[in-house]
Design a protein around this ligand. Structure first.
Ligand code: FDP
Length: 351
């Protein structure tokens, strides 16, 4: 038999063996207890992703998966059954894991404490269990967003005060899981951005792409233009600009994770600016915008609230919202230039 026949299975095997936990250890280039912890935390996040993906794939066939619970969450939004399920999945995979001491999600008013993990697990998991939940009932893509932070202080008062002293640079890792035609996990430990695809036959996330770089400029602008008349004039000016110039195309799926993933791969900008009714916009700093900003910056992109780099923002409250302009360097800079111009003109006019 020709010896070259052996090279293909070897390559395939090598690829199939690069699982998420192995990749984390390779990235950290150490095997100490902290590295093992981070690898184990990522493994648990992956397990949560698998459980959520499994339920989503059968949602239409099972009772009590789709639709609303009838309750409102802490943000005043109607809660979907999938939001509750996914939130609890993250809690259950971390209970008795010895890994994280606190979990904070946009679905819970206060963090969920796991005191038995506290002497060992000094980490906090911040997450949005189902992002883009309006897509769940119509079988379109949704996502989960996560970030890992080191807990500082004892937090005996259980008010998570230390989270209100940290900016986004202090995230140890961040990423998202995209539940689309395949289930994709994209993460960064602060050393580049890497994607994994869930291989259902193995039940493992397998490395798909390492060191993803976002294009410096791209054609896509992604925003809910239904809010046009509620936006500040600067954002309206930017939107008029892309309408009048060639080379731009609009894409907006209603699920932030899906829209961000498209921009990560193809370039462009996602905008969720403030509106007249909600000047801070809709998206949450700790669970959505800071993790995504960490990831996109690691891929060579840029993220801001229009004025300040997103990762410099320190929340004043747990569920703080922030405007978000994120994506390719040049496209984010273009949006920011419209904001600065408008402010300069307002100052000149003495507003
Ligand atoms: P959803 O409320 O459906 O969970 O996270 C909030 C989010 O979705 C994003 O995923 C999405 O980009 C955005 O809100 C959609 O909001 P609008 O309907 O206001 O455009």
């Amino acid at each position: 038999m020709d010896a070259s026949n052996f090279t293909i299975p070897e390559q395939t095997l090598d690829r199939d063996c690069t699982t998420l936990s192995r990749h984390v250890l390779q990235q950290l280039r150490r095997f100490d207890a902290d590295a093992q912890d981070l690898s184990a935390i990522m493994n648990r996040i992956a397990l949560a992703g698998k459980l959520i993906a499994r339920r989503l794939s059968r949602a239409g066939l099972m009772a009590d998966v789709l639709g609303f619970t009838g309750d409102m969450n802490v943000q005043g939004e109607s809660v979907k059954k999938m939001d509750v399920y996914a939130n609890e999945v993250f809690i259950s995979v971390f209970k008795q894991s010895g890994l994280v001491c606190r979990l904070a999600s946009e679905e819970m008013e206060k963090p969920y404490y796991i005191p038995e993990n506290c002497p060992i697990g000094r980490y906090t998991l911040l997450y949005d269990p189902i992002d883009g939940s309006s897509n769940v009932d119509i079988n379109l893509e949704v996502g989960s967003i996560f970030a890992i932070r080191q807990q500082t202080g004892t937090d005996l008062a259980e008010d998570a005060g230390d989270l209100l002293t940290q900016n986004g640079h202090q995230q140890l890792a961040a990423g998202y899981i995209l539940y689309g035609p395949s289930t994709l996990l994209v993460y960064s430990l602060g050393q580049g951005v890497h994607s994994f695809i869930l291989d259902p036959s193995l039940g493992e996330f397998i490395l798909a792409q390492e060191n993803i770089q976002i294009p410096a400029h791209g054609p896509i602008y992604s925003t809910n233009e239904g809010n046009f008349w509620q936006w500040d004039e600067a954002i309206r000016d930017y939107t008029r600009y892309v309408h009048r110039h060639e080379g731009y195309t609009a894409r907006y799926s209603g699920a932030l994770v899906g829209d961000i993933h498209r921009i990560l791969m193809q370039g462009g900008v996602f905008l969720y600016p403030g509106t007249a009714k909600n000047p801070a916009g809709k998206l949450r700093l700790l669970y959505e915008t800071a993790p995504l900003a960490f990831l996109i910056e690691q891929a060579g992109g840029k993220a801001s609230d229009g004025m300040t780099p997103l990762l410099d923002l320190v929340p004043q409250k747990l569920h703080q919202r922030t405007p978000l302009i994120i994506g390719s360097q040049e496209d984010v800079q273009l949006v920011e230039s419209f904001i600065r111009d408008r402010q300069r003109r307002q100052q000149e006019e003495g507003h």
